[in-house]
Design a binder for this molecule. Sequence first.
Ligand SMILES: [Zn+2]
Length: 212
Amino acid sequence: MVSQKRALVLLSGGLDSVTALAWAQQQGYFAHYGLSHQVATLSAISGSRLTDLGDIPQGRDLSSLSETIAPTYVPNRNMILLAYAAAHALLGDAMHLIGGWNAADALNYPDCRDSFLASVEQTLRLATLREFTIVRPLIHDDKPAIVRRALALHAPIHLTWTCYLGEALACGKCDACQLRIKAFQEVGVIDPVPYAITIDWSQCRPYSELNV
Ligand SMILES: [Zn+2]
């Protein structure tokens, strides 16, 4: 292997970040991941439904979503994660941070937007005097585009988890589940993740038949 670019991937285990990891591997990055202890940092931030894991909105009509901050927004989460990740990356001599930020999340999560990420990239360069890059391969992708990309990259979709609730089965009703199900239906593939409710997959092909 010749001059692999060292990168740190911010991996939550969701479809977006796993797709970003698969992309990084395809692009020849030598990818580090495994920052699980940062979860403890997030749990210290109260006031968000995502960190409190209580009262997650379910069954919302997502067609009426407007450009407002999502109730599951964790205050300043990405600034915190990127600061930690950058420190880890530097210690590992990696100059690239890679994540699954995308066009769908940008609508309701201001710290997922390209303008924010470009700003942090500049800040990290000033802070470290290194040519840091925040690589965002999915930044223009909506959810169906991410599913298509994940399938094309043979990302392990069956191992990903998107539901906001911490149950054994995905709820199928929270915003994240609804967006994911709609994306798979649009692409015409059955989501391999098990759901607690019955989903209409009648127009979709089984994931297992896709030679993944
Ligand atoms: Zn859910």
